[in-house]
Design a protein around this ligand. Structure first.
Ligand code: KMH
Ligand code: ZN
Length: 276
């Protein structure tokens, strides 16, 4: 079977140190969490940045600082900044990291309730706008789909030329307001994407490892990290992102899936080489 790409979502925008003290806020903490995840087997770092007080920001300069600090520790890792940011942020605010020299970025493929009164807004025009910027800058979009309708939107917009190939999907399942992360949900989404597309699965909360295992067995890829789940097992807080990555590496061994290095991940995902 093909090698397994592990993405680590080290911080997110919503989880705080009150939830898990290992959530990184400062640049040093961010770089260290990325490095530990990389050493454990992550080839992609899904990156949100925070101000030192923990508040989320999409500020380009803060991203640049974090990216340089991460690359100093692990020069070959793939960095995938978020363009989702935090609920309520505006289009151009969210898109700031795409002004940097990056290989990948998230592209959120539909609107959904996000708990309480929150709505994570991604209109069709937002999706087209984000996709256009990423195409111009040769950034591979990680097509985040929180339910089946989002996949249908991607396929329609791809057919009309608004979203460019290669198609790399991320099924983010278990968000309150999105699709659950049961096996039937995974199978439904898996069957809904084109045969030549690649995909990764991110299970939120209790779905993290059950979905990881399904994807590993199926030949798909996996995202884990404190953004998605703060527990190593029921009631046991993870002592950093590396423990979550290590658990995926252990599951992969059962299925004889070797772990992809960043350069192998670039090949699998057809990431355009950039001069650095
Ligand atoms: N923080 C969520 C509102 C992404 O990174 O693109 C959006 C999110 C998705 O985490
Ligand atoms: Zn994110």
């Amino acid at each position: 079977m093909n090698k397994l790409i592990i993405t680590c979502a080290i911080s997110g925008a919503e989880v705080t140190k009150a939830h898990n003290p290992y959530i990184p806020y400062t640049i040093q903490e961010t770089a260290e969490q990325a490095y530990q995840a990389y050493l454990a087997g992550a080839s992609i770092i899904h990156l949100h940045v925070r101000n030192d007080d923990g508040s989320p920001t999409q500020d380009k300069d803060r991203y640049q600082e974090a990216i340089l600090a991460i690359l100093e520790k692990c020069p070959d890792v793939i960095i995938q900044p978020s363009t989702g940011g935090a609920v309520g942020m505006k289009r151009d605010e969210r898109l700031q990291p795409t002004q940097l020299d990056i290989e990948m970025a998230t592209l959120d493929c539909g609107t959904l309730n996000f708990g309480g009164d929150d709505i994570f807004v991604n209109t069709e025009n937002d999706i087209k706008y984000f996709a256009k910027v990423m195409k111009e800058k040769e950034i591979l979009p990680e097509l985040e789909c929180f339910e089946k309708g989002h996949i249908d939107s991607v396929l329609r917009l791809h057919k009309k030329g608004f979203i460019h190939s290669p198609l790399h999907f991320s099924f983010v399942l278990g968000v309150n307001g999105g699709m659950t992360g049961e096996e039937r949900d995974f199978r439904f989404l898996r069957e809904s994407i084109p045969k030549d597309a690649t995909y990764s699965v991110a299970g939120i909360g209790r779905y993290e490892f059950s979905l990881a295992e399904l994807s590993i067995a199926d030949g798909g890829h996996v995202r884990v990290g404190l953004e998605d789940n703060i527990y190593l097992s029921k009631g046991v807080l993870a002592k950093g992102n590396q423990e979550l990555v290590q658990k995926v590496v252990d599951i992969a061994k059962k299925y004889n899936r070797e772990i992809a290095t960043p350069d192998e991940a670039r090949k699998i995902l057809n990431i355009k080489e950039k001069k650095r």
